[in-house]
Design a protein around this ligand. Sequence first.
Ligand code: SF4
Length: 355
Amino acid sequence: MPKALSFATRLIDWQRREGRHGLPWQGTRDPYRVWLSEVMLQQTQVSTVLDYFPRFLARFPDVQGLARAEQGEVLALWSGLGYYSRARNLHRCAQAVVAEHGGAFPQTWALLQTLPGIGASTAAAIAAFCFGERVSIVDGNVRRVLSRLLAFEGDLAKTPAQRALWDLAQTLVPEPGAFQAEDMQAYTQGLMDLGATLCTRSRPACERCPVQALCQAHASDQVARFPIKTKTLKRRSESWWLLCHFDPSEGGWVWLEQRPQTGIWAGLYCPPVWADEAPLRERLSGVALATINHRPAVSHALTHRELSLNLTVVRVSRQGLKGLGEQGQWVALGQLDGVGLPKPIRTCLDALQPD
Ligand code: SF4
């Protein structure tokens, strides 16, 4: 087991010399910005977040503004990032910070976790970056780094092993006395940077690693064996049929309905959708064949499901069409940026050709 001081010293020195410094959410102690970036970075590439983060901040520069927003606007700004429960929790969390904490984020790891959507690792990032608390982040990347460093034999698909690794992670954080509170920022960033840039999932760059001399997996030439994770995610396959009513006049209009507040794509907008083909065929009975366009099926992976999306576009005139349902509305193609749309739906709608 490496000495905490030695590991922390090497990591902090490396982060200050060679780590990432230019990301727009770095160099701040504002919990709002740190929290927003942490939530966006879950399951999402840095390059994608670089696009969304400034746009979101420009519209909602502080937690009060976000708390006051309509959920639909938050989801619209999140469109394309996926995992939309993050956006709904972000909104609920902002409301809780304002309503229950006077608009200021709590300052400890323990209290931060009482807020909606803030788990242990996000709470640790906020507590360490903003308040210098000696608590370790352990997200997916960091688990990989630490499991290799310690040649950790536990099965990280299981909660007890995750907890055990967390306990070990806590023994590695900079010790009080030997380090200043601001060192926790460099340490936390160093863990993230090491996992993102050197200790990567495949082909880690051990020859350039600042903690190589302490790494037990490297010493025993077993880097590829860690992390140990037995469970493989099984995705259920499902087919969806969607009917897009498209009026190509006046720049193009589509009929969109809001999804229920729970389940897949909760609260987002989408053409009418069915779990089997029969209702779609029924809707199309009597419709002129020349106006119907069946698109090739598109696959879309969710956490637990593999969706096959079968989209049919039917050209209509919205003036001549009545009774499409009360929960929907006509939306101009030019206004789609203001509507929360799942990414594959947005891609399909962007391909429509108005007259
Ligand atoms: Fe990861 Fe290699 Fe560094 Fe070990 S030596 S922590 S496996 S990059």
